[in-house]
Every structure is written in structure tokens, then in C-alpha cells.
Write a protein that binds this ligand. Structure first.
Ligand code: SAH
Ligand code: SF4
Ligand code: F3S
Length: 471
């Protein structure tokens, strides 16, 4: 299946059991097993859930058979994501039958979208908990323990879990995600997120900075600030009489230490400001990489999608980025076969991709989501095989661009943060450069978490290959 190319790398962990990476030495009387699906924010939520459960005496395990509680933190973004979870649930049937008291919980976006219907449709599920209700998990688990079904899918206008210190699950000890906001106020017509995550709210900057500082002190060297729409981060600090915009937040996090790299995702093209670009230019440790989803290159489709920008506006944004940050890498999301999309619209998308030459792209065939504006107003009229064919064209074009982007690096020297030992060879480390490109090189006498200068000798479509040179 060619649903995505690059995403496969990111999503390889999807559905895998995740356990704490830090040396947690507490002993727990009960065990939970958690699998996460979907976006980085959802993975980060699982770390918040782990923290809440640890407080309740539940320790994480990688082994379902050892668990008293199984949790699936789910995603609703496309139909396939939901099908994967439904399929996975059936695999717990046997354990459930053989193990009295064994609880199965569904968290996240699918829980929120389907609510009580989930309990009716999937008999083995005991708990349904939406993304804003994780603080009530202990009470819900207790309720479910008495044999009742437990559910809380209330969305909140305030909840940011700002005071909860996430338990880093399956972490490399070098890079971490920090959520800075929740929800989304945009109403892209194809998207289920506003329904599953609720209204947008920004987390207070103090707790963000405290978390980044704590991570740095524990040896982490990179944080990625997460939100559906980070550029609309906005916090009024009445005590200090200060308005914290995303640009200011970036500067504050960058000031934690010059050795702490800062990344962020996602930027909505309509909201990213010059201030953000200037902040990136001013701080060497704010990485030169922007995820700027275009979705479509056709003005007619962009309007139907309610993206509130035109292709011309989008391309001007790219010009501005290149003007202020000449070395900035760009990535994108593209949807093919949205309602009424014609061959001409599709060609417009290919043309914008040609203009942007993205280093990385997440590409999808349109999947209608119940309840969205598009589902209510428009007909999902592009045949599946046409969506797939257009997707394969988008993927092929992108492959060329990404390879070109990699080849441009050959011969150059770049600063790399070492993230760990390469999967392919113990004698090599892997890390990423400023532009988020993966670099592999012989280890020499360096450690995970060190910065090294690497001369790039060669590349594949996904990896730069090099050797360490003196700094
Ligand atoms: N907040 C981000 C995107 C979050 S969802 C933004 O505004 O760009 C991640 C990506 O999934 C989207 O960018 C979009 O490309 C894709 N997506 C969302 N809904 C989809 C749908 N119904 N069908 C196919 N792809 C979809
Ligand atoms: Fe969905 Fe649009 Fe919000 Fe992104 S900005 S989460 S695509 S509604
Ligand atoms: Fe999926 Fe929810 Fe994220 S729908 S992409 S897990 S916000």
C-alpha cells in the first residue's frame, strides 16, 4: 500500500507497546500496557496517561499477558486508522476471556468521536476516555473494575495537563516532544480533529519552560513543541503584563540553553508570521525546518477545504521563508482526491510541489470522516482508483524532490545531534542535522546526545552518509 512514503518511518512505532525509558525503580502492584496511534500529540498524551497511572500504582509493561489493563490510544484521522484499532481490539478477546479483572480501555480521538457507541459496538471494551478526560482515569478504572462500563468524553476549554510531567515512554533520552497547546479552532472541511480534540487552548509558558529545562537537565538535547497549529499559540500573562506569542515562546525555549535544539510542528500557512521566521534566524538552536502543510495546490479545492489561503499566498510564504531562512527545509501534507477534484486541480497540486521541492511529505488519499463539513456538504465523488493513482503521482514527484534535496547535501559539512546507534550497524551512530535529515556515520569516541560535525560523503533517498570531522 502506498498510503504514504516518508510517514512510514515515523509511524513504524504505531501500535507498538511503549514502556518508560528512564530508570524508574518504583515497584508497582498493577501493570498497564499502552499502544499509541496517530500523531505525535497523541503519543505525547500517552506519556501524560502513563504519569497519571504511575501515581495510581500502575507500572507500564511491554507484555500484554502481564497487564491488568490494556489501553489503546487511538486516532480517527482516516478510516484506515480506525479500522486498524478495531482489528487490534479483536486480538485481546482471548486474554479478556481467560483473565478475570482484565480491563480494555480505548483512549484518544476514536473514543471522543464514537463516545458510548464504542461500548455498544465493541463488547470487550470496558473504558472509553476522551483526550481531555485523562485525569479521571483512576476513577474510571475503579468503576470498570466493578464490572460496569466506564466512560468520560467531556471536552474541556481549559485542560492542558500543564502541571503533569509526562513519563517519557520508549525515549532515546535525547529528543522529546512537548505539547504547547491542545485542540484546533480551524475548521478544515475534511478534518475530524476539531471534533475529537475540541477548542484550541494554549498551555501556560511557565510549565512549558519548566518542562524543557527539566528535560535539558536530564540530558535531553532536543525538544519539539507540538500543537495542531503552533503559530496560533497565545498566552496572556497577566502577572507580567506580557503577551506570549509563538515567536516569543520559541525564543524563551531557545534561551534554556544553546545546547538545546528546538523544533516545532505544525504550522498553518495562514498563521506563520515573519516574527517566527526572524526568531528562527536569530537562534542557531531553533532548527531550520518547517512543516507547512499545503493539502492542495488548487485554489478551488483549497476553498472547499476551508484552508483560508490561496496557492499564491502559499507560494509567497515559501518565498518569504527562503528570503529570511535560505537553508530552511520544508515539509508538507497533501491530500489527493478531495471532493470534486479534477485532473486540472491535481496538476495544480503537482505544480506547487514542484515549486516548493519539499524535503519530506506526508501524502494521503482523501478519506471521508463522518460529521465533518465535507461529509455533510460535499459528495466524496472521486473514485478510489483515481485517488490512488493521483496519490502515486504525488508520491513519485515527491520522491524525486526529496532525493534531490539529499544529493544537495553531499560534499557539505553539517552539525548533527547524535540520537543513538544505527539500526543497521553497531559501528555507526545516527542523528539528524538542523534540517531534520537523518545522518549515519562511524561512531568514533562520541556519546549519544553529543553534537558532532559530519562531512556528507554519500546519500540514499532517506539517509545522508558521512564521517565525523573536527569541529
Ligand atoms: N494540524 C495539521 C494537520 C493535522 S492532521 C494541519 O493543519 O496541517 C494531519 C494530516 O492528515 C493533515 O494535514 C491532512 O493532510 C491529513 N488528513 C486530515 N484529514 C484527512 C482526511 N479526511 N483524509 C485524508 N487525509 C486527511
Ligand atoms: Fe485539522 Fe485543519 Fe485543524 Fe489541522 S488546522 S487539525 S487540518 S482542522
Ligand atoms: Fe489522529 Fe487525533 Fe492526532 S485524529 S492525527 S490522533 S489529533
Amino acid at each position: 500500500m502506498l498510503e504514504t512514503v516518508q510517514k512510514i518511518q515515523d509511524e513504524s512505532r504505531q501500535g507498538e507497546a511503549i514502556v518508560p525509558a528512564n530508570g524508574d525503580t518504583r515497584t508497582y502492584s498493577k501493570k498497564f500496557y499502552i499502544e499509541s496511534y496517530g500523531c505525535q500529540m497523541n503519543f505525547n498524551d500517552s506519556e501524560i496517561v502513563a504519569s497519571i497511572l504511575n501515581q495510581e500504582g500502575f507500572g507500564a509493561t511491554r507484555n500484554v499477558d502481564e497487564a491488568d489493563l490494556v489501553l489503546l490510544n487511538t486516532c480517527s484521522i482516516r478510516e484506515k486508522a480506525e479500522q486498524t484499532v478495531r482489528q487490534r481490539l479483536t486480538e485481546f478477546k482471548k486474554t479478556k476471556k481467560n483473565k478475570p479483572g482484565f480491563l480494555v480501555g480505548v483512549l484518544g480521538c476514536m473514543a471522543e468521536r464514537l463516545k458510548a457507541k464504542f461500548l455498544e459496538e465493541e463488547k470487550l471494551v470496558d473504558l472509553v476516555v476522551g483526550p481531555d478526560a485523562y485525569r479521571t482515569l483512576p476513577a474510571l478504572i475503579e468503576e470498570a473494575g466493578t464490572g460496569q462500563k466506564a466512560i468520560n468524553v467531556l471536552l474541556s476549554r481549559e485542560e492542558t495537563y500543564g502541571d503533569i510531567s509526562p513519563v517519557r515512554l520508549d525515549s532515546n533520552g535525547v529528543t522529546a516532544f512537548v505539547s504547547i497547546m491542545r485542540g484546533c479552532n480551524n475548521m478544515c472541511s475534511f478534518c475530524v480533529v476539531p471534533f475529537t480534540r475540541g477548542r484550541e487552548r494554549s498551555r501556560d509558558p511557565y510549565s512549558i519552560l519548566a518542562e524543557a529545562t527539566d528535560l535539558f537537565e536530564r540530558g535531553y538535547r532536543e525538544v519539539t513543541l507540538l500543537g495542531q497549529n503552533v503559530d496560533s499559540y497565545y498566552f496572556v500573562d497577566e502577572a507580567k503584563d506580557e503577551t506570549v506569542t509563538f515567536a516569543l515562546l520559541l525564543e524563551k525555549v531557545a534561551a534554556v540553553s544553546p545546547l538545546l535544539r528546538v523544533r516545532f510542528s505544525t504550522s498553518h500557512p495562514k498563521d506563520i508570521t515573519d516574527e517566527v521566521l526572524h526568531a528562527m534566524a536569530r537562534h542557531e538552536n531553533i532548527c531550520n525546518y518547517i512543516h507547512l502543510p499545503v493539502q492542495s495546490g488548487s485554489n478551488r479545492i483549497l476553498q472547499l477545504m476551508n484552508r483560508t489561503y490561496t496557492r499564491e499566498w502559499y507560494m509567497k510564504k515559501i518565498d518569504r521563508i527562503r528570503e529570511i531562512l535560505p537553508d530552511c527545509a520544508l515539509s508538507t501534507d497533501v491530500i489527493t482526491g478531495f471532493c470534486t477534484e479534477t485532473e486540472d486541480d491535481h496538476q495544480d497540486t503537482l505544480a506547487v510541489m514542484d515549486y516548493a521541492k519539499y524535503e519530506l511529505a506526508y501524502m494521503f488519499a482523501y478519506s471521508e470522516r463522518p460529521g465533518t463539513l465535507a461529509a455533510r456538504r460535499y459528495t466524496d465523488d472521486v473514485p478510489e482508483e483515481v485517488k490512488k493513482r493521483r496519490l502515486s503521482e504525488v508520491v513519485a514527484l515527491h520522491r524525486g524532490h526529496s532525493l534531490e534535496g539529499m544529493q544537495k547535501e553531499v560534499g557539505k559539512t553539517c552539525k548533527v545531534l547524535i540520537e543513538g546507534v544505527s539500526k543497521r550497524s553497531d559501528a555507526h551512530y545516527f542523528g539528524r542535522n538542523d534540517q531534520n535529515k537523518v545522518v549515519v556515520f562511524p561512531r568514533e569516541n562520541f556519546q549519544k546526545g553529543d553534537y558532532v560535525m559530519v562531512k556528507i560523503d554519500d546519500c540514499t533517498a532517506g539517509t545522508l552518509i558521512g564521517t565525523i570531522v573536527p569541529a
